[in-house]
Ligand binder design. Sequence first.
Ligand code: F6P
Length: 323
Amino acid sequence: MKSIAVFTSGGDAPGMNAGVRAVVRNALYLGIDIYGIKYGYNGMIEGDIYKMKSYSVSNIIQRGGTILKSARSKEFLTPEGRKKAYEQLSKRGIQGLVAIGGDGTFTGANVFYEEFGIPVVGIPGTIDNDLYGSDYTVGFDTAVNTALHSIDLIRDTANSHDRVFFIEVMGRQSGYIAVQCGIGGGAEMVMVPETSTTIKDVIERLKKDRDKDKTSSIIIVAEGDIQGNAHEIASKVSKELPELDIRVSTLGHVQRGGSPTAFDRILASRLGMAAVEGLVNGKKGVMVGIIDDKIHYTSFKLAISKSKPINDDLMRMIEVLSS
Ligand code: F6P
């Protein structure tokens, strides 16, 4: 393999830059030409592709966002779009790809690999931590720490005013951020898409807490919970318990920004190195992940189709430790 390209796609995640740096530096170390593709699949289609040098990734390991920019491409969903993308790569002699992103990115990468046979290795880069084949995804740890910082701030005011706060964190299909924040933030309850906590459960819990003289409560809601978003849940609860002083806070995109934690920088660096090594050793159509602290390659098919369940012990821990 003489020439490869790297791109970031889908929702950005802190640590993507550390991943890009590792890919670029390891490729150059192994004597492989490395290209950067800007704006994910859109840039691949448009030919927004440039040759990277070692200095192209200087001073980025600590930066949030992605220097390669990101996008969710509609055109790549079409066969015509993918053909254009393949032509742009062939024209430059690019023989392999490293895709950094989440399930949408790998769904596209898998179709592309199956259609054109071009080897692609994926690095899980998403704050959601919802990919089968890696214990952690790049950006998750930073997002949890960022959210926790805000939850700590809200706890102060919740406590001062004896209020109930519903705090919404990101995760359209996944409750990983919510669960970690629930444990680390000492929340009373966590509502996630993977479990079926009802409004009745919330009401009962709040009543029980008041009976035990708890004066304030924090309930973390993953944005994709089946009962609705934090505002909808809060308004249903408020109708049943009008005596409670209820407030809602949606943390939103702050969770996607900021300097990556040490954990995310190291994870991204390990996965970046392993992605290039994987390509050199003939891996194709796979995501590189870390399981029990060891590098593993999982087919895109499995990574995108199998779900990574929330650990029941963690859910139980939230209940016991906040009782
Ligand atoms: O997948 C990452 C993520 O941040 C999800 O947690 C969230 O639901 C979604 O992206 C938001 O996407 P967008 O930035 O396109 O609104």
